[in-house]
Ligand binder design. Sequence first.
Ligand SMILES: Cc1cc2nc3c(=O)[nH]c(=O)nc-3n(C[C@H](O)[C@H](O)[C@H](O)COP(=O)(O)OP(=O)(O)OC[C@H]3O[C@@H](n4cnc5c(N)ncnc54)[C@H](O)[C@@H]3O)c2cc1C
Length: 439
Amino acid sequence: MQLPRQHRVVVVGGGFGGLVATRTLKRAPVRVTLVARSANHLFQPLLYQYATGILDEGEIAPPLRQVLARQRNVRVLLAEVDSFDLEGRVVTGRTPDGRGLTLAYDSLIVAAGAHSSYFGHNELALHSTPMKTIDDALALRRRIFGAFETAELATDPDTRRSWLTFAVVGAGPTGVELAGQLRELATRTLRDEFRSIDPSHSRVVLFDGGPEPLPRFGDQLASRAEMVLRGLGVELRMGRVVTAIDGDGLMARGSNGAEERLETHTVIWAAGVQASPLARMLADASGAGCDRHGRVEVLPDCTLPGHPEVFCAGDMVSLRGLTGMAEAAMQMGRYAARTIKRRAKGQGADRPFRYIDLGSMAYLSRGQAVVSFHGLRFHGFIGWLMWLVVHITFLTGFKNRVSALFTWVTAFGGRARNQRALALRDIEQRPPAAGRKSA
Ligand SMILES: Cc1cc2nc3c(=O)[nH]c(=O)nc-3n(C[C@H](O)[C@H](O)[C@H](O)COP(=O)(O)OP(=O)(O)OC[C@H]3O[C@@H](n4cnc5c(N)ncnc54)[C@H](O)[C@@H]3O)c2cc1C
Protein backbone atom coordinates (compact mmCIF):
# COMPACT_ATOMS: atom_id res chain seq x y z
CA MET A 1 0.00 0.00 0.00
CA GLN A 2 1.74 3.22 -1.21
CA LEU A 3 0.95 6.21 1.00
CA PRO A 4 -0.11 9.52 -0.54
CA ARG A 5 1.65 12.75 0.52
CA GLN A 6 0.57 14.09 3.89
CA HIS A 7 -0.84 10.76 4.93
CA ARG A 8 -2.99 11.36 8.02
CA VAL A 9 -2.40 9.15 11.04
CA VAL A 10 -4.71 9.41 14.04
CA VAL A 11 -3.38 7.89 17.26
CA VAL A 12 -5.93 7.37 20.04
CA GLY A 13 -4.31 7.22 23.49
CA GLY A 14 -1.21 8.80 25.00
CA GLY A 15 -0.18 5.80 27.11
CA PHE A 16 2.65 3.39 26.36
CA GLY A 17 1.23 2.13 23.05
CA GLY A 18 0.08 5.51 21.70
CA LEU A 19 3.14 7.50 22.71
CA VAL A 20 5.66 5.03 21.33
CA ALA A 21 3.70 4.77 18.06
CA THR A 22 3.69 8.57 17.76
CA ARG A 23 7.40 8.88 18.48
CA THR A 24 8.24 6.14 15.98
CA LEU A 25 6.53 8.24 13.29
CA LYS A 26 8.86 11.16 13.99
CA ARG A 27 10.68 11.18 10.66
CA ALA A 28 7.91 9.64 8.58
CA PRO A 29 6.22 11.66 5.80
CA VAL A 30 2.93 11.68 7.72
CA ARG A 31 0.82 14.11 9.73
CA VAL A 32 0.00 12.66 13.14
CA THR A 33 -2.87 13.66 15.42
CA LEU A 34 -2.55 12.20 18.91
CA VAL A 35 -5.86 12.38 20.73
CA ALA A 36 -6.11 11.37 24.39
CA ARG A 37 -8.44 12.13 27.23
CA SER A 38 -5.52 12.79 29.56
CA ALA A 39 -3.04 15.56 28.82
CA ASN A 40 -0.25 13.52 30.41
CA HIS A 41 1.62 10.32 29.65
CA LEU A 42 1.17 8.26 32.78
CA PHE A 43 3.94 5.85 33.78
CA GLN A 44 1.55 3.42 35.49
CA PRO A 45 4.20 1.01 36.82
CA LEU A 46 5.34 3.72 39.28
CA LEU A 47 1.86 4.88 40.27
CA TYR A 48 2.21 3.17 43.65
CA GLN A 49 5.22 5.39 44.41
CA TYR A 50 3.07 8.47 43.79
CA ALA A 51 0.30 6.98 45.95
CA THR A 52 2.71 6.45 48.84
CA GLY A 53 4.37 9.86 48.70
CA ILE A 54 7.73 9.12 47.03
CA LEU A 55 7.52 10.46 43.47
CA ASP A 56 5.70 13.60 42.39
CA GLU A 57 3.19 13.97 39.60
CA GLY A 58 5.62 15.50 37.10
CA GLU A 59 8.02 12.59 37.48
CA ILE A 60 5.48 9.92 36.53
CA ALA A 61 3.06 11.90 34.36
CA PRO A 62 4.82 14.44 32.12
CA PRO A 63 2.57 16.46 29.77
CA LEU A 64 2.27 14.86 26.32
CA ARG A 65 2.67 18.31 24.78
CA GLN A 66 6.04 18.72 26.46
CA VAL A 67 7.21 15.22 25.54
CA LEU A 68 6.29 15.77 21.87
CA ALA A 69 7.11 19.49 21.60
CA ARG A 70 9.99 18.95 19.17
CA GLN A 71 8.17 16.50 16.95
CA ARG A 72 6.88 18.90 14.31
CA ASN A 73 4.66 16.38 12.46
CA VAL A 74 2.38 15.78 15.47
CA ARG A 75 -0.38 17.74 17.12
CA VAL A 76 -1.82 16.76 20.48
CA LEU A 77 -5.53 17.07 21.27
CA LEU A 78 -7.14 16.63 24.67
CA ALA A 79 -10.48 14.99 23.86
CA GLU A 80 -12.45 11.81 24.41
CA VAL A 81 -13.00 9.53 21.44
CA ASP A 82 -16.44 7.92 21.48
CA SER A 83 -17.00 6.35 18.06
CA PHE A 84 -15.44 5.19 14.81
CA ASP A 85 -16.70 5.09 11.25
CA LEU A 86 -14.36 2.49 9.79
CA GLU A 87 -15.82 2.70 6.27
CA GLY A 88 -15.70 6.50 6.16
CA ARG A 89 -12.31 6.48 8.01
CA VAL A 90 -13.40 8.97 10.61
CA VAL A 91 -12.94 9.12 14.39
CA THR A 92 -15.38 11.17 16.41
CA GLY A 93 -15.23 12.43 19.95
CA ARG A 94 -15.88 15.23 22.39
CA THR A 95 -13.78 18.29 23.21
CA PRO A 96 -13.33 19.58 26.79
CA ASP A 97 -16.12 22.16 26.26
CA GLY A 98 -18.54 19.50 25.02
CA ARG A 99 -18.32 20.15 21.30
CA GLY A 100 -18.08 17.35 18.77
CA LEU A 101 -14.73 16.47 17.26
CA THR A 102 -14.26 14.76 13.89
CA LEU A 103 -10.89 13.49 12.72
CA ALA A 104 -10.41 11.93 9.29
CA TYR A 105 -7.56 9.45 8.92
CA ASP A 106 -5.72 7.35 6.40
CA SER A 107 -4.20 5.15 9.11
CA LEU A 108 -5.51 4.72 12.63
CA ILE A 109 -3.76 3.40 15.74
CA VAL A 110 -5.95 2.84 18.80
CA ALA A 111 -4.28 2.22 22.17
CA ALA A 112 -6.91 3.25 24.72
CA GLY A 113 -5.81 0.88 27.50
CA ALA A 114 -8.01 -0.63 30.20
CA HIS A 115 -9.76 0.37 33.41
CA SER A 116 -10.34 -1.32 36.76
CA SER A 117 -12.82 -4.17 36.78
CA TYR A 118 -14.82 -5.56 39.68
CA PHE A 119 -15.73 -8.86 37.99
CA GLY A 120 -19.32 -7.76 37.50
CA HIS A 121 -19.72 -6.63 41.13
CA ASN A 122 -19.59 -2.88 40.65
CA GLU A 123 -20.85 -2.33 44.21
CA LEU A 124 -17.30 -3.26 45.33
CA ALA A 125 -16.13 0.03 43.79
CA LEU A 126 -18.21 2.15 46.18
CA HIS A 127 -15.93 1.75 49.19
CA SER A 128 -12.60 0.88 47.62
CA THR A 129 -9.98 2.89 45.74
CA PRO A 130 -8.67 1.62 42.40
CA MET A 131 -5.13 2.22 41.08
CA LYS A 132 -5.32 3.06 37.44
CA THR A 133 -5.15 6.81 36.92
CA ILE A 134 -3.27 9.70 38.47
CA ASP A 135 -6.54 10.78 40.12
CA ASP A 136 -6.95 7.30 41.65
CA ALA A 137 -3.42 7.44 43.05
CA LEU A 138 -3.94 10.94 44.49
CA ALA A 139 -7.21 9.84 46.09
CA LEU A 140 -5.41 6.82 47.50
CA ARG A 141 -2.53 8.91 48.84
CA ARG A 142 -5.01 11.09 50.67
CA ARG A 143 -6.81 8.05 52.08
CA ILE A 144 -3.57 6.49 53.30
CA PHE A 145 -2.15 9.56 55.01
CA GLY A 146 -5.64 10.58 56.12
CA ALA A 147 -6.07 7.19 57.83
CA PHE A 148 -2.96 7.76 59.97
CA GLU A 149 -4.15 11.30 60.84
CA THR A 150 -7.60 10.03 61.83
CA ALA A 151 -6.12 7.22 63.91
CA GLU A 152 -3.98 9.74 65.81
CA LEU A 153 -7.20 11.49 66.91
CA ALA A 154 -9.23 8.36 67.68
CA THR A 155 -9.90 7.68 71.36
CA ASP A 156 -11.48 4.26 71.04
CA PRO A 157 -8.92 1.42 70.48
CA ASP A 158 -11.15 -0.45 68.00
CA THR A 159 -11.69 2.68 65.92
CA ARG A 160 -7.97 3.40 65.99
CA ARG A 161 -7.18 -0.16 64.95
CA SER A 162 -9.59 -0.03 62.02
CA TRP A 163 -8.01 3.20 60.74
CA LEU A 164 -4.59 1.59 61.04
CA THR A 165 -5.66 -1.42 58.97
CA PHE A 166 -5.11 -1.35 55.21
CA ALA A 167 -6.53 -3.98 52.88
CA VAL A 168 -5.09 -4.56 49.42
CA VAL A 169 -7.15 -6.71 47.05
CA GLY A 170 -5.12 -8.45 44.32
CA ALA A 171 -1.63 -9.88 44.70
CA GLY A 172 -0.28 -9.14 41.23
CA PRO A 173 2.64 -6.69 40.88
CA THR A 174 0.48 -3.63 41.75
CA GLY A 175 -0.97 -5.15 44.94
CA VAL A 176 2.35 -6.59 46.06
CA GLU A 177 4.22 -3.33 45.44
CA LEU A 178 1.59 -1.32 47.29
CA ALA A 179 1.48 -3.68 50.26
CA GLY A 180 5.25 -3.53 50.64
CA GLN A 181 5.26 0.24 50.36
CA LEU A 182 2.53 0.63 52.96
CA ARG A 183 4.59 -1.32 55.49
CA GLU A 184 7.76 0.63 54.65
CA LEU A 185 5.84 3.88 54.99
CA ALA A 186 4.52 2.85 58.39
CA THR A 187 7.75 1.45 59.78
CA ARG A 188 10.27 3.92 58.32
CA THR A 189 8.85 7.22 57.13
CA LEU A 190 6.21 7.75 59.81
CA ARG A 191 8.18 6.12 62.62
CA ASP A 192 8.70 9.16 64.87
CA GLU A 193 5.98 11.46 63.61
CA PHE A 194 2.94 10.61 65.73
CA ARG A 195 2.37 10.83 69.49
CA SER A 196 -0.79 8.80 70.19
CA ILE A 197 -0.27 5.98 67.72
CA ASP A 198 2.64 3.85 66.67
CA PRO A 199 2.34 3.64 62.84
CA SER A 200 4.48 0.48 62.82
CA HIS A 201 1.56 -1.31 64.51
CA SER A 202 -0.57 -0.73 61.43
CA ARG A 203 -1.74 -3.84 59.57
CA VAL A 204 -1.47 -4.40 55.85
CA VAL A 205 -3.57 -7.34 54.70
CA LEU A 206 -3.17 -8.63 51.13
CA PHE A 207 -6.05 -10.67 49.65
CA ASP A 208 -6.04 -12.80 46.53
CA GLY A 209 -8.17 -15.66 45.25
CA GLY A 210 -5.06 -17.49 43.96
CA PRO A 211 -2.69 -19.61 46.05
CA GLU A 212 0.33 -17.26 45.98
CA PRO A 213 1.33 -13.70 45.11
CA LEU A 214 2.82 -12.79 41.70
CA PRO A 215 1.56 -15.90 39.85
CA ARG A 216 3.12 -14.75 36.57
CA PHE A 217 6.61 -14.96 38.06
CA GLY A 218 6.57 -18.72 38.76
CA ASP A 219 6.69 -20.63 42.05
CA GLN A 220 10.27 -19.82 43.01
CA LEU A 221 9.95 -16.03 42.80
CA ALA A 222 6.41 -16.16 44.21
CA SER A 223 7.76 -17.93 47.32
CA ARG A 224 10.57 -15.40 47.55
CA ALA A 225 8.08 -12.53 47.32
CA GLU A 226 5.93 -14.18 49.97
CA MET A 227 8.91 -14.46 52.29
CA VAL A 228 9.93 -10.82 51.81
CA LEU A 229 6.36 -9.58 52.30
CA ARG A 230 5.94 -11.59 55.50
CA GLY A 231 9.29 -10.21 56.69
CA LEU A 232 7.96 -6.70 56.12
CA GLY A 233 4.91 -7.54 58.20
CA VAL A 234 2.36 -7.88 55.39
CA GLU A 235 -0.39 -10.40 56.29
CA LEU A 236 -1.10 -12.63 53.31
CA ARG A 237 -4.62 -13.98 52.82
CA MET A 238 -4.18 -16.11 49.72
CA GLY A 239 -7.04 -18.25 48.43
CA ARG A 240 -9.53 -15.65 49.70
CA VAL A 241 -12.01 -13.86 47.45
CA VAL A 242 -13.29 -10.48 48.62
CA THR A 243 -17.08 -10.65 48.36
CA ALA A 244 -18.26 -7.39 49.94
CA ILE A 245 -16.82 -4.03 50.93
CA ASP A 246 -18.55 -1.38 53.03
CA GLY A 247 -17.36 1.82 54.65
CA ASP A 248 -16.12 -0.03 57.73
CA GLY A 249 -14.57 -3.19 56.36
CA LEU A 250 -14.72 -6.10 53.97
CA MET A 251 -15.83 -9.72 53.79
CA ALA A 252 -13.65 -12.41 52.24
CA ARG A 253 -14.50 -16.02 51.47
CA GLY A 254 -11.91 -18.79 51.66
CA SER A 255 -11.74 -21.83 49.39
CA ASN A 256 -13.54 -23.84 52.11
CA GLY A 257 -16.45 -21.38 51.96
CA ALA A 258 -15.69 -19.80 55.36
CA GLU A 259 -16.35 -16.05 55.52
CA GLU A 260 -13.97 -13.67 57.27
CA ARG A 261 -14.48 -9.98 58.13
CA LEU A 262 -11.77 -7.35 58.35
CA GLU A 263 -12.50 -3.97 59.93
CA THR A 264 -10.83 -1.28 57.84
CA HIS A 265 -11.59 2.07 56.24
CA THR A 266 -8.98 1.74 53.52
CA VAL A 267 -9.49 -0.88 50.84
CA ILE A 268 -7.29 -0.69 47.75
CA TRP A 269 -8.53 -2.47 44.65
CA ALA A 270 -5.70 -3.88 42.53
CA ALA A 271 -7.50 -6.97 41.29
CA GLY A 272 -8.86 -6.83 37.78
CA VAL A 273 -8.99 -4.88 34.55
CA GLN A 274 -11.44 -4.48 31.70
CA ALA A 275 -10.44 -3.16 28.27
CA SER A 276 -11.53 0.29 27.14
CA PRO A 277 -15.07 0.24 25.65
CA LEU A 278 -13.44 1.37 22.40
CA ALA A 279 -12.18 -2.21 21.97
CA ARG A 280 -15.69 -3.65 21.74
CA MET A 281 -16.77 -0.78 19.50
CA LEU A 282 -13.99 -1.63 17.05
CA ALA A 283 -14.73 -5.35 17.31
CA ASP A 284 -18.42 -4.79 16.51
CA ALA A 285 -17.60 -2.49 13.61
CA SER A 286 -15.10 -4.90 12.03
CA GLY A 287 -16.51 -8.32 12.92
CA ALA A 288 -13.54 -9.13 15.16
CA GLY A 289 -14.12 -11.08 18.37
CA CYS A 290 -13.69 -9.88 21.94
CA ASP A 291 -12.38 -11.87 24.90
CA ARG A 292 -14.08 -11.93 28.32
CA HIS A 293 -12.13 -8.85 29.41
CA GLY A 294 -13.53 -6.89 26.47
CA ARG A 295 -10.25 -6.94 24.50
CA VAL A 296 -10.49 -6.90 20.73
CA GLU A 297 -9.06 -9.97 18.97
CA VAL A 298 -6.77 -8.50 16.33
CA LEU A 299 -5.06 -10.23 13.40
CA PRO A 300 -1.38 -11.28 13.79
CA ASP A 301 -0.33 -7.90 12.37
CA CYS A 302 -2.35 -6.03 15.06
CA THR A 303 -4.96 -4.85 12.53
CA LEU A 304 -8.71 -5.39 12.38
CA PRO A 305 -10.24 -7.89 9.92
CA GLY A 306 -10.89 -6.16 6.59
CA HIS A 307 -9.16 -2.98 7.78
CA PRO A 308 -5.39 -3.15 7.25
CA GLU A 309 -5.28 0.60 7.95
CA VAL A 310 -6.60 0.20 11.54
CA PHE A 311 -4.15 -1.00 14.22
CA CYS A 312 -4.87 -1.68 17.87
CA ALA A 313 -2.21 -1.87 20.57
CA GLY A 314 -1.68 -2.50 24.26
CA ASP A 315 -4.08 -3.42 27.01
CA MET A 316 -7.21 -3.26 24.85
CA VAL A 317 -5.88 -6.00 22.55
CA SER A 318 -6.20 -9.76 22.82
CA LEU A 319 -3.16 -11.26 21.12
CA ARG A 320 -1.33 -14.37 22.35
CA GLY A 321 -1.89 -13.44 26.02
CA LEU A 322 0.19 -10.25 25.70
CA THR A 323 -1.63 -7.93 28.00
CA GLY A 324 -1.11 -5.85 31.12
CA MET A 325 2.51 -5.23 30.17
CA ALA A 326 3.87 -1.84 29.29
CA GLU A 327 6.54 -3.44 27.10
CA ALA A 328 3.95 -5.32 25.02
CA ALA A 329 1.97 -2.09 24.49
CA MET A 330 5.15 -0.27 23.43
CA GLN A 331 6.21 -3.02 21.03
CA MET A 332 2.74 -3.14 19.43
CA GLY A 333 2.68 0.66 19.09
CA ARG A 334 6.17 0.66 17.55
CA TYR A 335 5.21 -2.19 15.21
CA ALA A 336 2.08 -0.36 13.99
CA ALA A 337 4.05 2.83 13.32
CA ARG A 338 6.84 0.94 11.55
CA THR A 339 4.30 -0.84 9.35
CA ILE A 340 2.88 2.53 8.32
CA LYS A 341 6.43 3.71 7.55
CA ARG A 342 7.18 0.54 5.54
CA ARG A 343 4.05 1.10 3.51
CA ALA A 344 5.16 4.69 2.91
CA LYS A 345 8.35 3.37 1.36
CA GLY A 346 6.46 0.72 -0.61
CA GLN A 347 8.48 -2.01 1.13
CA GLY A 348 6.57 -5.21 0.38
CA ALA A 349 4.24 -7.22 2.58
CA ASP A 350 3.92 -6.46 6.28
CA ARG A 351 5.50 -8.93 8.70
CA PRO A 352 3.36 -10.27 11.55
CA PHE A 353 3.94 -8.75 14.97
CA ARG A 354 6.56 -10.62 17.01
CA TYR A 355 6.87 -9.92 20.72
CA ILE A 356 10.37 -9.83 22.20
CA ASP A 357 10.03 -10.90 25.81
CA LEU A 358 12.04 -8.60 28.07
CA GLY A 359 10.86 -10.32 31.26
CA SER A 360 8.89 -9.07 34.26
CA MET A 361 9.86 -7.45 37.52
CA ALA A 362 8.22 -6.36 40.76
CA TYR A 363 9.56 -4.13 43.53
CA LEU A 364 9.09 -5.55 47.01
CA SER A 365 10.90 -3.17 49.36
CA ARG A 366 14.12 -1.20 49.72
CA GLY A 367 16.84 -3.40 48.21
CA GLN A 368 14.41 -6.19 47.31
CA ALA A 369 12.84 -6.95 43.95
CA VAL A 370 12.06 -10.04 41.89
CA VAL A 371 12.95 -10.31 38.21
CA SER A 372 12.08 -13.03 35.73
CA PHE A 373 13.97 -12.89 32.44
CA HIS A 374 14.02 -15.71 29.86
CA GLY A 375 13.92 -18.47 32.44
CA LEU A 376 16.50 -16.70 34.64
CA ARG A 377 15.38 -15.52 38.06
CA PHE A 378 16.85 -12.74 40.13
CA HIS A 379 15.85 -11.47 43.52
CA GLY A 380 17.21 -9.54 46.51
CA PHE A 381 19.65 -6.70 45.90
CA ILE A 382 20.64 -7.82 42.38
CA GLY A 383 16.96 -7.90 41.42
CA TRP A 384 16.50 -4.46 42.96
CA LEU A 385 19.46 -3.00 41.01
CA MET A 386 17.98 -4.41 37.81
CA TRP A 387 14.62 -2.89 38.73
CA LEU A 388 16.32 0.48 39.31
CA VAL A 389 18.22 0.49 36.01
CA VAL A 390 15.17 -0.57 33.97
CA HIS A 391 12.87 2.01 35.55
CA ILE A 392 15.36 4.84 35.19
CA THR A 393 15.88 3.87 31.55
CA PHE A 394 12.18 3.71 30.72
CA LEU A 395 11.00 6.84 32.54
CA THR A 396 9.93 9.47 30.04
CA GLY A 397 12.32 12.43 29.66
CA PHE A 398 15.90 12.99 30.81
CA LYS A 399 14.93 15.53 33.50
CA ASN A 400 12.45 13.06 35.00
CA ARG A 401 15.11 10.35 35.13
CA VAL A 402 17.56 12.56 36.97
CA SER A 403 14.85 13.84 39.30
CA ALA A 404 13.50 10.33 40.06
CA LEU A 405 17.00 9.01 40.68
CA PHE A 406 17.66 11.82 43.16
CA THR A 407 14.31 11.19 44.86
CA TRP A 408 15.06 7.47 45.15
CA VAL A 409 18.49 8.13 46.64
CA THR A 410 16.90 10.23 49.39
CA ALA A 411 13.87 7.96 49.87
CA PHE A 412 15.72 4.64 49.86
CA GLY A 413 18.89 5.92 51.54
CA GLY A 414 16.95 7.83 54.18
CA ARG A 415 13.28 7.78 55.14
CA ALA A 416 11.94 10.79 53.30
CA ARG A 417 8.68 10.82 51.36
CA ASN A 418 8.06 14.42 50.49
CA GLN A 419 4.88 14.22 48.40
CA ARG A 420 2.42 14.33 51.26
CA ALA A 421 0.30 17.46 50.86
CA LEU A 422 -2.96 16.89 52.76
CA ALA A 423 -5.74 19.13 54.02
CA LEU A 424 -8.71 18.32 56.22
CA ARG A 425 -11.13 18.82 53.33
CA ASP A 426 -9.30 16.07 51.39
CA ILE A 427 -10.23 13.44 53.93
CA GLU A 428 -13.34 14.72 55.70
CA GLN A 429 -16.02 12.04 55.82
CA ARG A 430 -19.05 13.65 57.41
CA PRO A 431 -22.32 11.82 56.92
CA PRO A 432 -24.79 13.85 54.80
CA ALA A 433 -27.12 14.16 57.82
CA ALA A 434 -24.46 16.20 59.62
CA GLY A 435 -25.61 19.09 57.40
CA ARG A 436 -22.39 20.62 56.20
CA LYS A 437 -22.76 24.39 55.88
CA SER A 438 -22.36 25.73 52.41
CA ALA A 439 -19.62 28.30 51.99
C1 LIG B 1 -0.75 0.42 38.91
C2 LIG B 1 -0.20 -0.27 37.69
C3 LIG B 1 1.06 -0.85 37.72
C4 LIG B 1 1.58 -1.47 36.59
N1 LIG B 1 2.83 -2.02 36.66
C5 LIG B 1 3.37 -2.58 35.56
C6 LIG B 1 4.69 -3.09 35.56
O1 LIG B 1 5.37 -3.09 36.59
N2 LIG B 1 5.21 -3.61 34.41
C7 LIG B 1 4.47 -3.65 33.25
O2 LIG B 1 4.96 -4.09 32.22
N3 LIG B 1 3.23 -3.17 33.21
C8 LIG B 1 2.65 -2.64 34.32
N4 LIG B 1 1.37 -2.14 34.28
C9 LIG B 1 0.60 -2.27 33.04
C10 LIG B 1 0.97 -1.20 32.03
O3 LIG B 1 0.97 0.06 32.64
C11 LIG B 1 -0.02 -1.27 30.89
O4 LIG B 1 0.12 -2.53 30.29
C12 LIG B 1 0.22 -0.17 29.87
O5 LIG B 1 -0.02 1.09 30.45
C13 LIG B 1 -0.70 -0.36 28.68
O6 LIG B 1 -0.47 0.66 27.76
P1 LIG B 1 -1.63 1.16 26.79
O7 LIG B 1 -1.01 2.13 25.86
O8 LIG B 1 -2.35 0.00 26.24
O9 LIG B 1 -2.67 1.89 27.75
P2 LIG B 1 -2.48 3.09 28.78
O10 LIG B 1 -1.06 3.27 29.12
O11 LIG B 1 -3.45 2.82 29.87
O12 LIG B 1 -2.94 4.36 27.95
C14 LIG B 1 -4.27 4.53 27.54
C15 LIG B 1 -4.41 5.90 26.92
O13 LIG B 1 -5.64 5.99 26.25
C16 LIG B 1 -6.31 7.18 26.60
N5 LIG B 1 -7.73 6.94 26.42
C17 LIG B 1 -8.50 5.97 26.98
N6 LIG B 1 -9.75 6.04 26.53
C18 LIG B 1 -9.79 7.09 25.67
C19 LIG B 1 -10.81 7.68 24.87
N7 LIG B 1 -12.06 7.19 24.86
N8 LIG B 1 -10.51 8.76 24.13
C20 LIG B 1 -9.25 9.26 24.12
N9 LIG B 1 -8.24 8.73 24.85
C21 LIG B 1 -8.52 7.66 25.59
C22 LIG B 1 -5.87 7.44 28.03
O14 LIG B 1 -6.04 8.81 28.38
C23 LIG B 1 -4.41 7.04 27.93
O15 LIG B 1 -3.66 8.12 27.42
C24 LIG B 1 0.82 -1.52 35.40
C25 LIG B 1 -0.45 -0.95 35.37
C26 LIG B 1 -0.96 -0.32 36.51
C27 LIG B 1 -2.32 0.31 36.46
